[in-house]
Design a protein around this ligand. Structure first.
Ligand code: FE2
Length: 182
């Protein structure tokens, strides 16, 4: 279950409704889906075959299809980060730099944990630690960065509005002040 920290007043929130409301006010979507229907063999496995990835997508087919219709997403895949990922630390160095995308960043956490930090609308940084069952959508253009949690592993379903155009944009924007890692 997610935990949210507001850096401006150092407040930690763990009530799902309050997290969803506060993130909603920032244009983000937060929901919680039931991951218990997925067998532990697929949840704990961090070296997935293509067939196993397809099995995970099929298990959440109804939820993913509803989200596609809602947000105009056209594609979905499964992404895994763990100690078995080649060059994990190099990837994390990139992810921890502030950036945005030209489309929404949509992540449903099947297993593991991750920490998204988002530049809020009123100049506050919002840090969201997500875990199994948490769904987050970061709208296009919203500046954010990402890292893993202590378990250093995460398995997510991603949804895309345009899979050919997915890229991180690191350039600094005057309205957001100096970019981290710029
Ligand atoms: Fe991103």
């Amino acid at each position: 279950m997610a935990t949210m920290r507001l850096h401006t007043d150092n407040r930690t929130i763990d009530a799902p409704d309050e997290i969803a409301n506060l993130l909603g006010g920032e244009g983000l979507v937060y929901r919680h889906w039931d991951v218990s229907k997925l067998g532990e063999g697929l949840r704990d496995n961090y070296v997935l075959t293509e067939a196993e990835k397809a099995e995970i997508l099929a298990a959440f087919g109804a939820e993913v299809d509803a989200l596609k219709a809602e947000g105009g997403y056209v594609a979905a895949d499964v992404v895994v980060l763990s100690e078995q990922t080649p060059d994990l630390d190099t990837l994390l160095e990139k992810f921890k730099c502030e950036h945005h995308h030209s489309e929404d960043e949509v992540r449903f956490v099947v297993d593991g944990h991750g920490v998204f930090t988002v530049r809020g609308r009123r100049g506050r940084d919002i840090e969201l630690t997500v875990g199994p069952g948490d769904l987050i959508t970061v709208p296009a253009g919203t500046r954010h960065w990402f890292t893993l949690a202590e378990d250093r592993r995460i398995k997510c379903i991603r949804l895309f509005q345009d899979p050919t155009g997915w890229a991180a944009i690191y350039d600094e924007r005057p309205d957001h002040g100096p970019s981290r890692c710029a």
